[in-house]
Design a protein around this ligand. Sequence first.
Ligand code: IPE
Ligand code: IPE
Ligand code: MG
Length: 253
Amino acid sequence: MSAGGTGATEYEPLGPRHVAIIMDGNGRWAANRGLSPSAGHKAGVERIRDLIEACKARQIEVLTLFAFSSENWQRPPAEVELLMTLFHSYLRREARKMHEQGVRLRVIGRRDRFSQRLQRAIAEAEALTREGTSGTLVIAADYGGRWDIAQAARLLAEEVARGERSAESIDDVALGERVQLADLPPVDLLIRSSGEQRISNFILWQAAYSEFYFTETLWPDFDTNELDLALDAYQRRDRRFGGRNPGGLEAQA
Ligand code: IPE
Ligand code: IPE
Ligand code: MG
């Protein structure tokens, strides 16, 4: 962000409206302490409450958290089971608090592979918090970016089959309207903890112009200060979206 060479205008750059986080590193955090991955997952869940508060205080409208990928079913059964139990108890415990805070909860992902009990808890938490107007928390669970794009394509194919639209009318706008998060502001900032620098099948479509921020910090150590470091880095980015900033290359230098 540069105001150009004149120095006449000082902009206060806008912060991100939508932050997404790949919460990675629970296993390594636990291993560093001689504990099982479960202990890391439990410690990781504890980070979320403060983060929601911090996002609200920083006028971030949407926080999207990657909690369980469509590939995470490949983990040992006991770990998967523990993650499901943690998700269920999190919803039961936190939905009421979110409701009181005015935070709306949404879960994105497949759902049908979850137990009936967990599916019910998700539906109830979403229903309870539906009217919230002071921020949105999105939890991506059994979510995969490829699944997301495929389900959007399927919706379009069904519309064509019903004669509601032509195949020729399908473009990036039509598909983009049918992926998850389409009704929310675009993901401005995508954070991944734990030092891995990959997307691991998270929001493939939606991250087309997100700013990426990687930190070595393991998820159970990711506190408000870490969030602020990511936000500081974001403020220094120059988002061009393929275009050129006013002032051209000199202003970008
Ligand atoms: C992220 O922590 C949580 C989930 C994938 C559910 P990991 O369990 O992947 O932690 P590491 O990568 O093994 O340290
Ligand atoms: C991505 O982390 C999924 C979540 C954080 C929920 P993984 O630990 O599953 O990703 P890989 O296996 O290192 O790519
Ligand atoms: Mg991992």
